[in-house]
Design a binder for this molecule. Structure first.
Ligand SMILES: [Zn+2]
Length: 318
C-alpha cells in the first residue's frame, strides 16, 4: 500500500509520467488480482505437504529408498521393456582374483544415494499421477519418461526381491508395462478423490455411475478406498518408534508410524494422509487445514469461512 501511494505521488508529479502510468497501473492491478486469487487456491502440492505434517511427525519419515545412476535393458518386447540397475562392482575391472574385505561386499558404484521419499518428496503421488496427462502412448516415448522418472526417484518397487522374504521388493527392477499401469491407476485415484470431495460438477462429469449424486459419491469413495487399502496392505507396514535417552535412560521418543516396502507404498501413504487429514468444511472445497491453524478452525481460509457461514445461514433460514 505504501508503495502504491508513493508511486501515485511520483506519477502525478509530472505529465511525462502519464504514459508510464497507463502501463504500470494495469500491471499493478493485475498483479494484485493474481495475488488475491493465489491466496484462495491451494495447489495439490501444498495440500499433500500439509496432510503429511498433520498426520505424522518429521522424525518418523526417514524410511529410505535407493536411486541408481544406470539401468540396463534386460528384456524388450512389442509392448514391454524390463530394466535393471545392475551392481557396478568396484573390483570387477582388471582386478580378478582380488579378495573382498567385508565392506567391499556392499559397495555399488551404480547406487547414487538413498533418500527419504516421505520427507523429501511429500507430493510424489501428485507428480506420479500427473505423468498420465503427458502419456505419449508409444512404447519408446513411454520408456524415455519412465527412465527419467526412475533415475530421479527410484523404481516403484513392484517386483519381489528374490529370496529375502515375501514382502521385500526389489529396488533395482522396473517394468514399463506395470509402471504405466500404476501411473494411470494413481491418476484415476486422484480424479476419484477430487470428484468425491470437490464441487458437485466434478462428480457429475467424472463418469462414475449412479442415479443420484449421493450414489455416485459413495461409489467413487469405495473404489478409491479399495485401491488405497489394497496398496497399503501389500506395500506398507506399521512401525513402532521407541527410543531411550542414553544419559538418563528415560523415554525420549515413542510413536506409531509407517514404513514401506516400495516407493509405490510410500506414495499411497501420501494419498492416505491426504484423505484422512483435517479438511476444509466449506462446500466444494477439499483443502487441508494446516496443523499450525487453531484446533477449532473449520475452514482453510477467510473466503471459505465466509462462504460456509453464508451457506449455513441460508440453510437455517429455510
Ligand atoms: Zn476451503
Amino acid at each position: 500500500m505504501l508503495y502504491c501511494s508513493y508511486l501515485h505521488r511520483r506519477l502525478s508529479l509530472s505529465l511525462a509520467y502519464l504514459h508510464l502510468h497507463s502501463i504500470v497501473a494495469p500491471c499493478i492491478l493485475k498483479f494484485m488480482a493474481l495475488k488475491a486469487r493465489k491466496g484462495k487456491k491451494m495447489t495439490e502440492t501444498e495440500n499433500f505437504k500439509r496432510a503429511r505434517d498433520n498426520e505424522t511427525d518429521d522424525r518418523y519419515l526417514g524410511t529410505g529408498w535407493v536411486r541408481f545412476h544406470h539401468f540396463d535393458v534386460v528384456e524388450k518386447t512389442e509392448h514391454n521393456v524390463r530394466v535393471e540397475a545392475r551392481k557396478h562392482d568396484p573390483l570387477a575391472d582388471g582386478k580378478k582374483g582380488q579378495s573382498y574385505s567385508g565392506e567391499w561386499l556392499f559397495v555399488d558404484y551404480n547406487a547414487r544415494d538413498v533418500y527419504a521419499p516421505l520427507r523429501d518428496e511429500p507430493d510424489l503421488f501428485v507428480k506420479f499421477a500427473s505423468l498420465a496427462d503427458e502419456d505419449p502412448g508409444t512404447r519408446d516415448g513411454r520408456y524415455d519418461m519412465m527412465l527419467e522418472w526412475i533415475k530421479k526417484y527410484g523404481v516403484l518397487g513392484l517386483m519381489p526381491a528374490g529370496n529375502f522374504g515375501p514382502d521385500l521388493r526389489s529396488d533395482r527392477e522396473e517394468s514399463l508395462f506395470l509402471f504405466w499401469y500404476e501411473v494411470h491407476r494413481a491418476a484415476r485415484c486422484m480424479a476419484l478423490y477430487k470428484a468425491a470431495t470437490g464441487p458437485s460438477r466434478l462428480l457429475k462429469r467424472s463418469g462414475v455411475p449412479g442415479k443420484t449424486l449421493a450414489e455416485k459419491r459413495q461409489l467413487a469413495i469405495s473404489i478409491l478406498t479399495d485401491n488405497v487399502n489394497h496398496t497399503l496392505k501389500r506395500h506398507c507396514y506399521p512401525k513402532l518408534y521407541y527410543q531411550v535417552r542414553k544419559d538418563n535412560g528415560e523415554t525420549a521418543d515413542v510413536g506409531l508410524s509407517w514404513g514401506f516396502h516400495s516407493l509405490l507404498g510410500a506414495m499411497y501413504l501420501q494419498m492416505a494422509w491426504r484423505i484422512t487429514s483435517r479438511r476444509c468444511e466449506a462446500p466444494g472445497c477439499n483443502n487441508i487445514i494446516g496443523f499450525h491453524k487453531r484446533s477449532d478452525a473449520e475452514t482453510c481460509n477467510k473466503t471459505c469461512k465466509e462462504r460456509r457461514r453464508y451457506h449455513r445461514n441460508r440453510a437455517a433460514a429455510k
